[in-house]
Structure formats: structure tokens, C-alpha cells
Write a protein that binds this ligand. Sequence first.
Ligand code: IMP
Ligand code: MG
Length: 178
Amino acid sequence: MDSNYLPGDFKKIIVSEEEIRGIISRIAKEITRDYSGKKLIICGILRGCFIFMADLIRQIDLPVEVSFIKVSSYGSGKEPGNIEIIEFDGLDKYKEYDIIVVDDILDTGNTFCRLEKYLKDKGFKSVNFCAFLDKPERRRSAVRVKYTGRQIENEFVVGYGLDLNEKYRNLPFVAAVK
Ligand code: IMP
Ligand code: MG
């Protein structure tokens, strides 16, 4: 790799660009099939969702609407904190809509669990979840996630939207950090 990152910044590549393309294509097909004829909002959790979501929605062959939600979970570093909903660009017509919440990675499950209650209380027709990556070993909250890209081992990863203290989001692949 010809790059400005220092040798040794990353331990190893976990998900390559080619594998990412395959994951996006598969999930987009599943969503297109499952939501045909429905009014669908894809709602991304900021900021980690932004690259995955941008790629995903362009492969979904349905007239989807887009929304974002901001939650506080990781203050800094690698440890989770309390989940608080900071901002939801709520859309006032949600009662006729199905919603899929999209995130970069499913870790403890606390964020999805919190959002499930919040969005069901708002009256969406259905609330489902989509995570690009999944670390099943770390799960603490039981949540049913309808679409997942790939399971990974319990290690901290960056790239393709995922950050460590706001860095590395722009890597086109997913890597484990030192
Ligand atoms: P959960 O509520 O524990 O499932 O946390 C999910 C959130 O934790 C994701 O939206 C990420 O922001 C963050 N996260 C969890 N694992 C990683 C990782 O390996 N790299 C970067 N962010 C992570
Ligand atoms: Mg996040």
C-alpha cells in the first residue's frame, strides 16, 4: 500500500474493499426485496454510518427517504458510555413509514436497544436494524438485527466510517488498530 500512514499504524486489514462491495450488494438486494411497495426511511447513526449508508442507499432500488440520528455513546477512545439521543431529524409523517436504522458496527447492542424503544414509541410501522459489522462476543443487550454485513472478532477496528478518536474514518477498507 502506497500511503502516508506510518508502517504499523494498522495491525491487519479485516475487510477489504472488494469484500465491502460484496456486502453492500447483498444487503441492498435484501432490503430492496423486503421493502418493495412500502414507504421506507433509512436512518443513519452519525457519524460512523456515513460511508456505509451512502454506498448502501445507492444500491437500493426503491424510492427511500433518508434521515439521521445523533447519539452519544463513545465519548472518546474505545470504551462505551451511556447512550443518549442528542438529535433526530424526526420527519412528521413517520406513522406511515417503515424505518431501518443503519450503523457502522454492532458492539454491545446498547445503542440499537435504546433506539428501538425510542422509535417504536414514535409510532413507526416497523423498526429494523442494519449494521455493517457485528462483534457478537461483546453483546450485552438483546436486539434483533435484520441485516448484518459480517461478523468480526473482538478487536477494535477503524476505516470505512469507523473511527478511533475521530481518525481513520476515510480509509477505504476496515483494519484493526495497534
Ligand atoms: P454499541 O451500542 O455498543 O453496540 O455500540 C456501537 C457503537 O460503538 C458504534 O456506532 C461505534 O461508534 C462504536 N464502536 C464499537 N466498536 C467499535 C470499533 O471496533 N471501532 C470503532 N467504533 C466502534
Ligand atoms: Mg457510532
